[in-house]
Design a protein around this ligand. Structure first.
Ligand code: NDP
Length: 300
């Protein structure tokens, strides 16, 4: 294996430490505590785990953490009322509605009811538009984490060829916008792309956000390229014992690491950066709401 491993776990710890330091200063100098509210509808086990870990890390960096746990059959009206009260609460600077929502709730309607200034997931249509037009916005956490790691590794990204595999609204599209904002030449590939391996071979930066285990192979990678693997896929691992599973990314790690210049592992790559960036976004939202400067190095 030749590639440098980009350690997302260590990087995320550094980002959280930066956030904590800034939060400490806000408290000391302005008597301000950033607040993050997470709304969970229903009891999806994976969402439960995310929400618990978000709450714990929010408190660890010195922020206020609020959780609203609503029944799975909560009406749209009641959910919108909770969001309205959080929009109006001056102690809350970030609101996150845990997705997916139960089927009877209109996800777009719910997300677009969040005050865009508090939309720390960056999914509100206003933030999508602001990012798309290169204006100051709240940026989705996973692509922001990828961008931070890429900037840290490369310094300037200007002029590099970037291929983003996947065009989802939460990862692929905002990732492409961010790379374009940093002056990469960006290609977005998807399930209809012709000769995907050849498209990927042209990339100095590959971001894989597909949801297909180990799809991107080493012989698709240009020697020396940087590979960011967003994928989180759980595979059966009978070798670890009955009923055990293991996590793999969308990139075939071993073959890609033999060719790439740098690569993020799964687990321990992009995953930990997502929550770190949620905290960074909450801090940014608090600073903007109080007309204080943007926290340096923690925004796009
Ligand atoms: P989506 O399912 O919303 O999007 C997947 C994209 O991959 C689509 O654009 C699809 O194309 C494309 N695609 C599917 N099959 C192929 C193929 N054979 N060749 C090329 N492109 C293909 O997924 P998400 O963007 O939400 O997530 C992607 C991955 O990232 C998942 O593994 C998810 O678990 C992970 N993830 C990780 C996060 C983290 O914190 N690390 C956060 C969010 C997601 P088309 O549009 O044509 O259908």
């Amino acid at each position: 294996m030749n590639a440098q491993v980009i350690d997302g776990k260590a990087f995320a710890a550094k980002v959280r430490a930066q956030v904590a330091e800034h939060v400490g200063r806000l408290k000391a100098e302005h008597d301000l505590t950033p607040g993050l509210a997470v709304v969970l509808v229903g009891a999806d086990p994976a969402s439960e785990v995310y929400v618990r870990s978000k709450g714990k890390m929010t408190v660890e960096v010195g922020m206020k953490s609020v959780e609203h746990r609503l029944e799975a059959d909560t009406s749209e009206e009641d959910l919108l009322a909770v969001i309205k009260s959080l929009n109006e609460d001056p102690s809350i600077h970030g609101i996150l509605v845990q997705l997916p929502l139960p089927k009877h709730l209109n996800e777009d309607l719910v997300i677009n009811s969040i005050d865009p200034a508090k939309d720390v997931d960056g999914f509100h249509i206003s933030n999508v538009g602001l990012l798309g037009t290169g204006q100051k916005s709240m940026v989705p956490c996973t692509p922001l984490g990828c961008l931070m790691m890429l900037r840290d590794h490369h310094g300037s990204l200007s002029g590099l060829n970037a291929v983003v595999v996947g065009r989802s609204n939460i990862v692929g599209k905002p990732m492409a916008q961010l790379l374009l904002g940093d002056s990469c030449t960006v290609t977005i590939a998807h399930s209809r792309t012709k000769d995907l391996p050849d498209v990927v071979r042209g990339a100095d930066i590959v971001v894989a956000a597909v949801g297909r285990p180990e799809m991107v192979l080493g012989d698709w990678i240009k020697p020396g390229a940087t590979v960011i693997d967003v994928g989180i896929n759980r595979l059966d691992a009978p070798e670890k014992g009955e009923g055990k599973t293991r996590l793999v990314g969308d990139v075939h790690y071993e073959s890609a690491a033999a060719v790439a210049g740098a690569i993020t592992p799964v687990p321990g790559g992009v995953g930990p950066m997502t929550i770190a960036c949620l905290l960074a976004n909450t801090l940014t939202a608090c600073c903007r709401a109080n007309e204080l400067g943007e926290p340096e190095g923690l925004t796009a």
